[in-house]
Design a protein around this ligand. Structure first.
Ligand code: AMP
Ligand code: MN
Ligand code: MN
Ligand code: MN
Length: 276
């Protein structure tokens, strides 16, 4: 069974509309798909309907931005109830502030010789309130400042670079509480991306689990094969389930839908109790 439990549509920073995304997943052989837009549930109805038509099983998901010990983390909610008020209100609060952050990013990029990036990024965003670094990255590629999205991040958009503006997202305990209130399962996204010392990574897993987190991503587009093994071991060590997701954002922008290796069969999969 091919499960892809992490991807993005134009409802956040993906390049494809929810329906197109689902049809692409079906064409790639995905059997079970979770749409997990950043801090946003608006893509779910269209995706769910398209999945029904394409005979893909669909999971309502979300990826919540969190600040933990000063580091930005992402927490996935799977099987969340998209009408649940605690979650909706929480996500609204996380989203507020993106537009103002984007203005600051553009001012700072202006000083670095990049002009017009606020308007430019917004042109790439479906909804201004969801503007993200990814939209700035697409603008930087568009004007030829960099050759691709990866370089846009490396040269302009990560900590220490001109377009990086620190931002305060949700607290870890809040994000987990919203996901649980909405009946979902919480999965720590791409742990290999976080710049944490080994001790802090263990502390994160302990805190995540004791606050109700159930799993971590092991196989993701953000991990190297060595990291699949490393985080498989950490999942086992901390009694957390394992998940698999491409983190697909668009054609040619990273991992393809449903194309990563399968989870090691010895791992406890996050979907083990799902009716599939
Ligand atoms: P934001 O929520 O606006 O800070 O944007 C975060 C998004 O930027 C992530 O969800 C990824 O889609 C993308 N991103 C972050 N770091 C990188 C990177 N190093 N390379 C490519 N995309 C990245
Ligand atoms: Mn993203
Ligand atoms: Mn993420
Ligand atoms: Mn993601």
């Amino acid at each position: 069974m091919n499960l892809d439990l992490h991807c993005h549509s134009t409802a956040s920073d993906g390049a494809l509309a929810p329906g197109e995304l689902v049809r692409r997943a079906a064409a790639q052989g995905v059997d079970v798909l979770a749409l997990t837009d950043h801090d946003q549930l608006e893509g779910l109805p269209e995706a769910r309907e398209a999945a029904h038509a394409a005979h893909v099983r669909f999971v309502d998901g979300v990826e919540i931005s969190v600040t933990w010990r000063g580091v930005t983390l992402h927490v996935i909610g799977l099987h969340v109830d998209p009408t649940e008020e605690t979650l909706l209100a929480g996500l609204r609060s996380v989203r507020s502030g993106r537009l103002e952050r984007a203005r600051e990013m553009a001012r700072s990029l202006e000083d670095a010789g990049i002009h017009g990036s606020f308007e430019g990024a917004l042109r790439h965003a479906d909804k201004p309130a969801m503007v993200s670094r990814t939209h700035f990255a697409r603008y930087l590629v568009e004007i030829g400042a960099v050759s691709d999205i990866r370089h846009a991040f490396r040269r302009y958009l990560v900590a220490g670079k001109p377009g990086y503006v620190p931002h305060r997202w949700a607290a870890l305990a809040e994000a987990l509480a919203w996901i649980r209130a909405a009946g979902g399962q919480a999965v720590l996204a791409h742990p290999g991306r976080y710049a944490l010392a080994a001790g802090a990574m263990d502390a994160l897993m302990l805190e995540f689990r004791s606050a109700g987190g159930e799993g971590i991503e092991v196989v993701t587009g953000s991990h190297t094969p060595d990291q699949y093994a490393l985080f498989a071991a950490l999942a086992t060590k901390h009694g957390l389930a394992a998940s698999r997701g491409s983190d697909f954002h668009g054609p040619g922008e990273g991992a393809e839908l449903g194309a990563l290796p399968a989870l090691d069969a010895r791992l406890r999969a996050i979907w083990r109790h799902w009716e599939l």
